[in-house]
Design a protein around this ligand. Structure first.
Ligand code: AMP
Ligand code: MG
Length: 407
């Protein structure tokens, strides 16, 4: 057996960040920016009104007060989106809405609340009564107030969140240079598998691993490419994989890597993949290798709990590396809420419920009453995290500190 770290190292040595390319901004959420991004447009791109009101020359309303209001003729109307606003000639006003371009000649905006006009939808008045003076520049958003063309808007290495995307499009971008999402082929093996929602019949079970993996891939930032299921026939498996290689960046299979008589992945890819016993529970049998075209393959065991654990421990770090992110995430910590047993000599990854009861560390207890068996797929749905217990511990007592791997 090799340690989890040894196996992770040997896998990550063959996984590299995907070459960067430009993707549509709508596809870039969660991806890592590969280069600094500079503004094409100023923000705001033109001087515009910060208020619904009347654009004026500040000098024309300098003396206005509630006691001595001033009346100006209204010579135009500028809703947001107007391209050629009317000019504010001396002694006049132009109605303007928030975001509408500041009319030529104007240097300030009198909010509608400081006039005799009603707020909300109204006909354009012939005149407006101004009850308060406004200094030059008031309620005007200047062109380039926030950033100017050429300014750096986003820095290389940023993981693109909602606000980064809105900044990028405001500054004029429709595409961004990123490490793209890896396209992850997902293939389940087993003669016993039937499609979800169909009657399995004797000796057969629904294929749950495909959906599990497709969803986990998506949660980890990859683009799943479901490749369906193949039976325990090495030729069939090689054909299915071969026909998918040109549309995937990495492949994840489930089942067929153990020591059974029909371990199909092992049989089909004995040359290309290395198969190891890793000192972990569940998830001891693992396979990994790189196929023609440089496609890495994670050959996971078949038991659903093993699949889930193997994904978080081995596949997710690989996908993060491909996304240009740090492969490993720091392990959290928790306290055992109850006692449980651990396999000697193997690191335990136990699906647990997590209770944040205000103590410095959250409390955890096994998610499955039936124990830690890797076939307990239905109770896996209760799990909120994995408790991680070192190889040299064979029993956990209430209050013991354990590692916590959240997703
Ligand atoms: P294997 O490693 O192929 O021997 O599979 C180990 C166990 O996982 C067996 O009980 C299989 O029936 C089960 N299993 C394998 N593949 C799947 C799958 N796609 N969905 C659900 N269970 C599976
Ligand atoms: Mg099988």
């Amino acid at each position: 057996m090799i340690t989890v770290e040894q196996y992770q190292e040997s896998v990550l040595a063959h996984v590299a960040p995907l070459p960067t390319r430009r993707v549509q901004v709508t596809e870039a959420h969660g991806l890592r920016l590969a280069e600094d991004v500079h503004a094409v447009l100023a923000v705001p791109p033109f001087a515009n009104s910060a208020m619904d009101g009347y654009a004026v020359r500040a000098a024309d309303v300098a003396g206005a007060t509630a006691a001595a209001p001033l009346t100006l003729p209204v010579v135009g109307d500028v809703p947001a989106g107007t391209s050629h606003p009317a000019t504010v000639v001396p002694g006049s006003a132009v109605r303007v809405m928030t975001g509408g371009p500041l009319p030529p000649g104007a240097d300030a905006v009198v909010p509608v609340e400081l006039t005799d006009q009603p707020p909300g939808a109204a006909e354009l008045p012939t005149h407006v009564v101004v009850r308060e003076a406004v200094p030059a520049g008031r309620h005007v958003r200047g062109e380039g107030d926030d950033i100017r063309p050429g300014d750096t808007v986003l820095h290389a290495g940023t993981t693109l969140a909602a606000t980064h995307l809105s900044a990028a499009v405001s500054a004029g971008h429709g595409e961004l240079p990123v490490h793209p999402r890896p396209r992850v082929g997902v293939l389940a093996t087993g003669d016993e598998l039937c499609a979800p929602g169909t009657d399995p019949g004797p000796g057969r079970i629904p294929d749950s691993n495909s959906l599990l993996l497709v969803a986990l891939v998506r949660e980890a930032g990859g683009e799943p490419v479901p490749l369906g299921t193949v039976g325990d026939d090495p030729a069939q498996l090689r054909a299915a994989v071969g026909s998918a290689l040109d549309r995937i960046d990495v492949l994840v299979t489930s089942g067929g890597v153990s020591v059974g008589t029909k371990d199909v992945v092992k049989a089909a890819f004995a040359e290309q993949l290395g198969f190891e016993s890793v000192a972990m529970q569940p998830g001891k049998p693992q396979g990994f290798g790189v196929l023609a075209g440089g496609v890495p393959v994670f050959a996971l065991p078949g038991n659903p709990v093993s699949v889930m654990v193997s994904f978080h421990v081995h596949v997710a770090p690989g996908l993060r590396r491909m996304l240009g992110l740090p492969a490993r995430r720091p392990l959290g910590a928790a306290r055992a809420g109850v006692a449980w047993r651990c396999p000697p000599g193997r690191r335990q990854y136990l699906p647990v419920l997590v209770e944040d009861d205000g103590a410095p560390l959250p409390s955890v207890r096994p998610a499955s009453a039936g124990g830690s068996g890797s076939h307990l797929v239905a109770s896996l749905a209760l799990a909120q995290a994995l408790a991680v217990v070192p190889e040299d511990v064979d029993a956990v007592a209430p209050g013991d500190e354990v590692g916590l791997l959240r997703w």
